[in-house]
Design a protein around this ligand. Sequence first.
Ligand code: GDP
Length: 480
Amino acid sequence: DDLSQVAGELTSDRLLGGLLSPNFTRRSCLSRYQSISYRKSSRHEPSSYLISRLREYERLHKRCGPYAESYKKSIKEMVSGRIDSSSACRYVVWVAKCGLGNRMLSITSAFLYALLTNRVLLIYEEADMANVFCEPFPDTTWLLPKDFPFNYRLSRFKQKYAKSFGNTLKNNNNKISVSTEQLPSHLYLYLSHDYSHHDKLFFCDQDQIVLRNIPWLIIKSDVYFLPSLFLMPSFEEELSKLFPDKETVFHHLGRYLFHPSNQVWTLITSYYKKYLAEAEERIGIQIRIFDKKTSPFQQVMDQILTCTFKEKLLPQVDMGKSIVAPSGKGKSKAVLLTSLIPSYYEKLKDMYLKHPTLNGEVINVYQPSHEEKQRSTNNVHNQKALAEINLLSMMDVLVTSAWSTFGYVAQGLAGKKPLILYKIEDKKIPNPVCGRAVSLEPCFHSPPIYDCKAKREVDTATIVPYLRHCEDIHWGIKLF
Ligand code: GDP
């Protein structure tokens, strides 16, 4: 059967319509070509132009990546501060911040930026990210080598860092240097949710002209800043060729970049086979509570039930009756509930264990882990998070929590528009309680609102026909 197939033919399906390179040994990363056996094949084809640009990128990464001659040369130049303008390799170094969902979204944004500007993306990996993902590019690595000259500065780099792009502009009359001969060999860019007006000038074409000639850009980011690249005239033509269908950007790039390591893949496949494989229908429910005080247990529970009953995902139960023996007659549905805490799972599981459903369906509820708290600097915690994001992405239907990048990644990998449980404000259940997402795309929570040409604030959701405000955060923007 499909699930036990380890070394199947590398059909177009297995390569996700040409998105993946066939040039990997399969054992090194089982998930890369096996995911298709668990996640339904996508209805969305990548454009042939995207495919050819990815293959081109892979060649560039191999030529310029760590340990290659041109990499060594570029490092030497960076240390000496003397840039040889003939050197062909330029880089984006990505530095982490926040949880895994945020990380995956900002890595994807940095990758698209690298693709658009012919740079090589390198990941500054700390111990908490070890063995979470496979290498995405063949015959090379995307991990920044440990002997990178400014390694010690990378994790400490904050918004206030005086030598960042934003602060240099702020303190230097909006200029990076007095002349092009004096361009720095490397520059820090702060693109996280609490960035300043000057940091955001990154999204202006005129500033990109300066950045173009700086070999090393070091980006610290925790947001999906990718939608704002779609507002820059200089990238417009290329982006329309890469992505004729704008709502599939993360769907394609996410499935291209993020393959769970063999360790995480074992967690995923063993859980799936044990609990989920047999069901006739699988429903993923992702519950993310940002603040227990404003989102009390009972209100959230009511919201989950109201939404899933109304949308006919789950059946109501007869509270007056108790189950004597399992009926086993109706359709069987598995519910995969993910959350940091166990109480929602316990309540839902008990309800279906103790009472018969009104329509005879048999509902089994599962929760893989309850880690209690976000601990993003813990390696095993991050591995479990990726396992659960992937399990969610294998479900037939998704219900996600508003505001959560964890849910966005699951929906994007799945290629499914989820039902979003809208945010509970001031302990009040929203009306409607949930609604269908307008597109597969994640929401950019902190978009710039500056019109670079007019030099004034604008509503960036009204400029192009494929960007709008998000359903769950009204000031955010998303592609659709
Ligand atoms: P967001 O904060 O919801 O946008 O998502 P992030 O992924 O950026 O950060 C939340 C982090 O908390 C995750 O990366 C996990 O480490 C942890 N977390 C949150 N919800 C869950 C869950 O349902 N299961 C697991 N295993 N971890 C979770």
